[in-house]
Design a protein around this ligand. Sequence first.
Ligand code: HEM
Length: 461
Amino acid sequence: LPIPAPPHHSYFGLLGHSPDLDSTLPVKSYWKFMDEYAPIYQLDLAMEHPRVFVGSRELVNEMADDSTYIKFTHRLHQEMRPVFGDGLFSAESTDKAWWKAHRLLVPAFGPIGLSKMFDDMQDLSAQLVLKWDRFGPEHEIECIEDMARLTFDTIGLCAFGYRFNEFYSKEPHPFMKQLKESIVESGKRANRPDIVNLAYYRDEQHRQDNIKNMRELCMKIIKDRDEHPKPDAKDLLNVMLNGVDKETGEKLGVDNVIYQIPTLLGGGYETTGATLCFIYYFLCNNPDKLAKAQQEVDEIVGDKVLTYDMLRNLKYLDACMKEALRLQHPVSLLTRFAIKDTVLGGKYFIKKGQMVSGIWRHFHRDPKVWGEDADEFRPERMLDVNFKELPPNSWKPFGDGLRACIGRGFAEQEILIHIAMALQKFDVKKVDPNYEMQLTGQMGVKPVNFKIRVVRRKDRT
Ligand code: HEM
């Protein structure tokens, strides 16, 4: 069967559907088309072959199969290569460097590794709670800014033993700016024909300068560790520099470690920061759920200092996190390439090399799985849910298969620590009670203009 395609914008035939996409939030247009053409449609986007979008659990389940589809690095990834090199995010699954880093880092991101990072995560979260407390109840917190500082600092300290000290300066650390700018510019380059890119030589020069500056700091971090070894350090840097891959008997190599630094920061800081904002947003909109979350923190943590062992008992907070990620996931698409000619859903022909993107929003809100209130924030549904018993792909904010998120446990632990410490001390309110979530983002999504206020709880000093 032919895959349905919306009609082209009449004046811009050559640019395909590109002019029809929302420029600040392309995924909004993908959602709209899916509402109309579910469960499958295709778009002609300039610079890409027709791209197929699927929006049902069944079809996504087929394209998440690593034996038929692969996270082949497409143009966007290629443009990201100067920034992320052969780090985990942009290396192909066939690249030996990906396998080596994957095998070494998966255990380091496992429960034992994460338990060692608890103290550092708590240290940084305590800095933010203190900062909020000092600014007082009138201070308007630009949520994504503070959350991004927290998550950037946390990866810096827990992964590389480096303190970016984001809470001690008005401007974010230059590395954050350089990373952000080079990701944005690489994205723009991916959307322009090569010949047009030539005209943007100043922007390219700026991108190259940013990359050079980031590389210098990465080299300094590695050199410092080389010259002053810290055998007892609990971060990932020792594993990356000294760990030997059992399969090949090889280390990662300094150049690869250099690329893992922007890779882990780029993959982890805005995604986790946006998730924290979404949790605050849903809790502010649902004061009864906020009260329940605070009650749990009071029961488990009380006036004491949060400990690692308490985390596993914060079940309602964990449910709030999972429910927020179901309704508003920072990554919205699962994109794969067919490695052979194949058929989707028994009737749609997919040619070898075809790019297919699964749209999470539609199966994360499937009433058949989540019930008629699937659009509502109801953390209770996540309590005691057995994800293995749900139909496949009912909840996939961290991706799927071989290339699923390596930092999932890291993000979950960091989120629980921060929310528990903040709710222990504060009531949280939206600055504008009528604010409704606005999003922006080309690859990931994050909130715009979402401001909160924190007020010290009356029963706490
Ligand atoms: C991959 C989501 C936090 C590092 C991914 C993917 C998703 C994702 C959906 C798969 C992308 C794909 O299949 O194309 C998230 C979300 C997070 C989060 C929602 C927070 C709530 C983190 C953190 C780190 C991290 C904290 C690092 C400290 C990575 C890396 C990859 C990845 C390196 C690439 C893995 C590979 O291809 O081998 N993430 N992530 N992420 N994530 Fe995360």
